[in-house]
Design a protein around this ligand. Sequence first.
Ligand code: NDP
Length: 331
Amino acid sequence: AKEPVRVLVTGAAGQIGYALVPMVARGVMMGPDQPVILHMLDIPFAAEALNGVKMELIDAAFPLLKGVIATTDVAEACAGVNVAVMVGGFPRKEGMERKDVMSKNVSIYKSQASALEKYAAPNCKVLVVANPANTNALILKEFAPSIPEKNITCLTRLDHNRALGQVSERLNVQVSDVKNVIIWGNHSSSQYPDTCHATVSTKDGEKSVPALVNDDEWLRGPFIQTVQQRGAAIIKARKLSSALSAASSACDHIRNWVLGTPEGTWVSMGVYSDGSYNVPAGLIYSFPVTCKNGEWSIVQGLSIDDFSRKKMDATATELTEEKALAYSCLN
Ligand code: NDP
């Protein structure tokens, strides 16, 4: 039998956490034959609720779940973890300045970085979900210098999956037949959902999405806006955030990272930029990646037209500004 993998979920008593932990316990994240031990962290204010989640996990009798730790102690939460999904963060509240939210999150991610560095298993893989996700991940990277930069990522897979969903609805094809959309940049409304290289599997082979849609105006307008604004649309409809789809895509992100992407398929991940596609190095920026043997690599050599270039640059500029704001909060 396989040794259990330890998976940390921070903010585990929150909306996304509540949707995510049962998926992890069912094998959606690490695979159907991989036992897991869940480490759940939350703040003292949420401790009682967190304990309730632990009770439910016990009650669900998940065969793969080999242990549950529910704690408000960061060191205990991080001890020996192989995968860390960082969902906890300070929420945007009405009337708060961007700088105030940033400042709160910078201090959270700075201290959690130190705890992961000290207590996590070597080669721990980190996924940051809490917003501003790219910049939180960057701060985490800066303050956990012994964790390889390749191990620190942020979630743009939800945006990627939303883009697949929109194409599938528009073309009336199965979402599983659509692939290779790209989310470039920030997990914010400046992100660029790109279908230039996306394809659909048909009985006559792979067809290009722009050719099948045959409506550049839609692909460059309403499609992009729908993906960018989907989170707000869900909040409007549900009066709650998109926790189910966020949790599901966090599982997709880690599963593909650990177990690999299918041949010929890429996914979007926020990763530390090496300057590929002239994206400034040193940002956490969403790129198309393939994964193999537990490592991601940025897909190289895709052609970038003028429209795409502008959108990719605009979201990079926003991230550069966020980075500067985050650093100003450190001082
Ligand atoms: P959620 O579980 O709904 O969201 C958690 C974080 O994920 C937020 O930062 C949210 O950003 C972000 N996020 C990213 N993508 C999405 C998406 N598609 N849909 C929704 N959210 C997304 O928040 P809750 O308030 O329910 O839970 C947060 C938990 O974190 C609580 O249990 C709380 O106790 C804990 N917490 C921990 C702190 C710490 O570790 N020090 C500090 C504060 C809270 P956005 O805000 O932009 O929606």
